[in-house]
Design a protein around this ligand. Structure first.
Ligand SMILES: NC(=O)C1=CN([C@@H]2O[C@H](COP(=O)(O)OP(=O)(O)OC[C@H]3O[C@@H](n4cnc5c(N)ncnc54)[C@H](O)[C@@H]3O)[C@@H](O)[C@H]2O)C=CC1
Ligand SMILES: N[C@@H](CC=O)C(=O)O
Ligand code: NA
Length: 433
């Protein structure tokens, strides 16, 4: 069979890893794909010293590859929204299949891209876009196709998890660990995407679409980052038997779909609580299968290349197959995507960890518990540290309550004269069905 001809756009961390894996494992890959996969062109602003590209010239113009009639598959690894969108849309227009690791692109422009791909009868594959090397898209889209998926939750940003693990276990400073994550090639071009949860929200948007069969709706995702987590909160959470993890959570409720990324207290015994460093993990709960867990490296050159190359092999295997024999990009047939609303975060029901700074005076706690009681919020645990200071930190855990009620309670608590500053709140999840 004729070899499949691939053009790599972007020879950075993931592009370099992809080139190297395709080259090193060429024989093994050809045995799987049923034909050889040849990189015939590379376009990138920068060369990659880790890649021996030999005779293949390094071009600057990625769009030229999208128009090159010799190329069957465009591998988009430049990142970002605008040029990447133009590149992918041009490749589709030219009748080429596309493999991308770009979650920002898929989460924001995916609906338009998949519609264009369907018209031109080409595939846009994006396994590397979520949880790096973990084959989570394939698992949900194909492996769990029998199920009504009820919820999923995961650690889906390697950089953030690496930072939180290093800070907790080794007491290292945030900025220093972030710089290391950048040097290791884990971080996004703009690392605030990692730290503020935007990257995780891109990935969660994609996971929710393929889990529930809804269009991609990134603008409705609630996003909160890790930059405000303090060592005190990490310590108090541990004392209470919990661990703080930066999670993407999406649940299907009778009112709609939750789509939220935020620091979360989870039981220290939960498997997700013990996922450390750059590792990612996603729990998916389906009505037939129950809870399933997927674990592996969420970032890095070759782990991510593993997913990119698997997509290339998938495309190579189905070249020439009829369009209706392919797996739809969002798991459900495009005409069957549902209008189920994405819920605002105020409608989410969750437990809470609260930390308040109170003046050391009799009756303060009674005021706080009265406010919570009036809103129907039950307290499940409380810690008040002994101190000689005039102020004392009070830590509370509450049972599950709708977020809008908690917002009202926090506003009233903050208005009490004996409560100083902001009430710190972190959502709690027991990851239960
Ligand atoms: N680094 C990682 O661990 C992972 C990255 N991704 C995604 O993979 C994509 C690539 O990420 P990295 O390889 O980390 O980025 P990178 O910054 O290491 O590499 C990007 C490469 O593309 C080139 N480039 C960028 N814009 C270009 C343009 N307009 N024309 C020509 N060349 C251009 C740059 O010169 C650079 O060599 C991004 O979408 C990222 O979100 C996904 C999973 C993991
Ligand atoms: N910056 C991302 C890269 C993979 O998607 C991360 O750290 O997870
Ligand atoms: Na993946």
């Amino acid at each position: 069979m004729k070899p499949v001809k691939v053009g790599i756009c972007g020879l950075g961390t993931v592009g370099g890893g992809t080139f190297n894996v395709l080259t090193r494992n060429a024989e093994e890959i050809a045995r799987r794909a049923g034909r050889r996969i040849e990189v015939v062109a590379i376009a990138s602003r920068h060369a990659n010293p880790a890649c021996a590209t030999g005779e293949i010239p390094l071009q600057a113009d990625v769009l030229a590859l999208a128009r090159d009639p010799e190329i069957d598959i465009i591998v988009e690894l430049i990142g970002g929204y605008d040029t990447a969108r133009e590149l992918v849309m041009t490749a589709i227009e030219q009748g080429k299949h596309v493999v991308t690791a770009n979650k920002a692109l898929i989460a924001v422009h995916g609906n338009e891209i998949f519609a264009a791909a369907q018209k031109k009868n080409v595939v846009v594959a994006f396994e590397a876009a979520v949880a790096g090397g973990i084959p989570i898209i394939k698992a949900i889209r194909e492996g769990l196709a029998a199920n009504k998926i009820n919820w999923l939750a995961g650690i889906i940003n390697g950089t953030g998890n690496f930072i939180m693990t290093e800070m907790r276990d080794k007491g290292r400073a945030f900025a220093e660990v972030l710089a290391e994550a950048q040097a290791l090639g884990y971080a996004e071009a703009d690392p605030t995407f990692d730290v503020e949860g935007i990257d995780a929200a891109h990935k969660l948007t994609i996971l929710a679409s393929i889990a529930y069969g809804i269009p991609l709706q990134f603008s409705k995702a609630y996003t909160e980052g890790i930059s405000k987590i303090t060592p005190d909160d990490v310590q108090y959470a541990e004392e209470l038997g919990y661990r703080i993890k930066h999670l993407g959570i999406s649940r299907r409720t009778s009112a709609g779909i939750e789509l939220r990324v935020h620091p979360t207290l989870i039981p220290a015994s939960a498997l997700l609580a013990n996922v450390n460093g750059v590792m990612n993990a996603v729990v998916v709960s389906g009505d037939a299968v129950g809870q399933t867990l997927y674990y592996g490296p969420g970032a890095g050159a070759e782990p991510t290349a593993s997913a990119v190359v698997a997509d290339i092999v998938d495309v190579a295997r189905m070249l020439g197959a009829s369009a209706d024999s392919r797996v739809p990009p969002l798991a459900f047939q495009s005409a069957e995507l549902a209008e189920t609303p994405v819920l605002p975060v105020e409608a989410v029901v969750s437990g809470y960890y609260l930390r308040l700074q109170a003046v050391e005076r009799p009756g303060v706690l009674a005021h706080v518990t009265r406010i919570l009681g009036e809103k129907g919020i039950n307290i499940s645990a409380i810690i008040q540290k002994e101190t000689r200071e005039a102020q004392v930190p009070v830590i509370m855990m509450t049972q599950r309550v709708e977020e809008r009620m908690m917002n009202e309670a926090i506003r009233e608590i903050e208005a009490l004269p004996d409560i100083l500053g902001e009430v710190i709140r972190i959502r709690v999840d027991h990851l239960a069905d």
